[in-house]
Design a protein. Structure first.
Length: 295
């Protein structure tokens, strides 16, 4: 598989967002205020840059509104996922959120010209099986169908809608202009929401502020500039499924920094998951008829 610039950007983005569940699980701030500062700090860093360098180009009104809608969708996604992680286990929240490739595939089939390929659906099934193996089959017997469960599922749905809409916008708007409009909309939206719900904007520890800045720089700016670039040049279905590999990297980071164990089952599940993602990047279409006839 040739590593092109969009694929390299996608890999970079996945590496940057993999630390996010660990940072949120520290609970140094509330999930809502964490989402606000992730967007606001990223905007404070990006806006002067695009204005000074002249990299911001105001698109047509239609795409300004769609980019702003993407900001609202992404802000809502991050918020409900933060709450889901803090109110349950990071594993449960990550697993349910990562059902998004299924929603993206269905949405692409109905709303995008580029339809999901046979390889995508095969890869999705294999990857989801790998994800289930990674977290353990017994995990599903202990699922708690509470608010955190619903929020995690909602996060996956919101994220899939975001990917589909952003794919359309990024066909007409450059990445930096898209991200700037996106962050302005999400920052204003979350700021109003935090104020209305009486969330504290100050009073955090030094570590809390450091984590907020780290989220903004690594998990928002670096990650989503890279992923947006990849989305602009690749199929939305391929991008969404590739993001499942985040679970593997997060598990490794949790082992390194939180002393969580990595079992042989987790390794096996991770290999299956990554193999499923690899299937979607296979250029030739896999024939299900030939696959089953070989037996």
């Amino acid at each position: 598989m040739k590593i092109t610039k969009p694929r390299l950007a996608l890999i970079c983005g996945i590496l940057c967002i993999s630390i996010f569940p660990i940072l949120v699980k520290l609970k140094l701030t509330s999930g809502l205020i964490s989402a606000f500062y992730r967007m606001a700090i990223a905007l404070a860093l990006l806006l002067p840059y695009v204005l000074i360098t002249g990299n911001f180009k105001l698109p047509k009104t239609k795409y300004v509104l769609l980019a702003a809608l993407c900001g609202l969708l992404f802000a809502s996604d991050v918020t409900v996922w933060n709450i889901a992680i803090q109110d349950s286990s990071a594993t449960q929240a990550s697993l349910l959120t990562n059902l998004s490739p299924v929603w993206v595939g269905i949405g692409s089939f109905f709303f995008l010209k580029s339809k999901p390929t046979t390889n995508f659906w095969i890869g999705t099934v294999v990857s989801l099986f790998g994800m289930i193996t990674l977290v353990g089959f017994s995990f599903f017997l202990e699922l708690d169908f509470n608010q955190a469960f619903l929020f995690a599922v909602l996060s996956g749905i919101l994220y899939s809608i975001y990917l589909l809409v952003s794919k359309n916008v990024l066909s007409h708007v450059d990445v930096l202009s898209f991200m700037t409009i996106n962050l302005i909309a999400s920052s204003i939206y979350l700021g109003i929401l935090c104020y209305a719900l009486d969330e504290p904007f100050t009073g955090f520890s030094d570590t809390g502020w450091f984590v907020l800045v780290l989220q903004a720089v690594m998990c928002q700016l670096c990650a989503w500039l890279s992923i947006s670039y990849a989305t602009q040049h690749m199929r939305a279905t391929r991008v969404s499924l590739s993001l499942l590999s985040q679970a593997v990297i997060t598990s490794i980071l949790a082992w390194l920094f939180l002393e969580e164990q990595i079992t042989l089952q987790m390794v096996f599940g991770g290999i299956i998951l990554l193999f499923g993602i690899r299937i979607t990047f296979y250029d030739k279409t896999i024939s299900l008829k030939k696959l089953f006839n070989k037996g």
